[in-house]
Design a binder for this molecule. Sequence first.
Ligand code: KG4
Ligand code: ZN
Length: 340
Amino acid sequence: MILGIETSCDETAAAIVIRDQSGQGIIRSNVVRSQLDEHAAFGGVVPELAARAHVEWLDHIIAQAADEAGIALGDVDAIAATAGPGLIGGVLVGLTTAKALAASLGKTLIAVNHLEGHALTARLTNNVQFPYLMLLVSGGHSQFVLVRGVGDYERWGGTIDDALGEAFDKVAKLLSLGHPGGPAVEQIAKSGDAKRFKFPRPLLREARLDFSFSGLKTAVRLQAEALAPLTDQDVADIAASFQAAVTEVVATRSRQALERFRVEMPDAPPQLVVAGGVAANRAIAAALTGVTEEMGAVLVVPPVALCTDNGAMVAWAGAERLALGADDRLDVAARPRWPL
Ligand code: KG4
Ligand code: ZN
């Protein structure tokens, strides 16, 4: 039984997760406090405010996680916390808290890579077997990772500028749709004409599994400026055309990544696992369903609450590593950057 702590961005989260003898996961509690309200006025996450809110809330969130699981903290076998990558102030709050608990309760400490948490979540929720391809699309990351086993990852491509969620957020800001932008863009795109504007599909002609979204964002900005003042219909049409562009990019890249999976692992059934907040986008999910059906591959999308940042994914990554003997030292460092 593991306590998992997540504080690397704007969610203060803690969870109690069990990994049984057969390797099945059971979520006993999963408490997430979003800081959206703290950051709303600034149109994005302010690192210093985030760190302060984590300090203020983390103890309560951990107590609530233990309470909802019906346990005392001393009952856990290990304490796992995100040690990076992320906003360093927040990471320090979570990791230091985990160290203090591990030291005082005499428990094993496990310093978890946040990306590994996302990468392994589908095994907790859907009992997915290795190997699989993960598409992580969140506010901070956009990448394809081949997941061969616990601790055995190969990055196949990523964004060379903005993350996909970040692109949604910036477009939403341009269109005055508020923060976080993804859900707002998706909602308003429903009443828009996706064919009205032909936005660029960056890098799509190149044979590499990378993304680039900043040129697309600039094209959206120039279009919005050319039309200003924007009518509601203009806003909806821009949002719909933007979403169509990124959906096509993500679908095409996923098809290419699955083709590579086929070539490199001819004996393994192709599986695409999606993680990150953008997985909540229905247009993108529908396109990925189409691609995986066409490729004879399996698509796994964990429940949205577990695709976005949470403590259960950190607890689970800790549990999988604990089962392999992980035991980190109390002086393990917090890392703002930490590639898988
Ligand atoms: O994984 P997440 O909760 O946080 C991290 O960045 O780690 O992802 C949040 C991101 C935000 O950029 C948000 O705008 C985006 O996911 N997002 C969406 C949707 N829901 C959340 N993007 C597109 N469509 C959505 N429905
Ligand atoms: Zn994340």
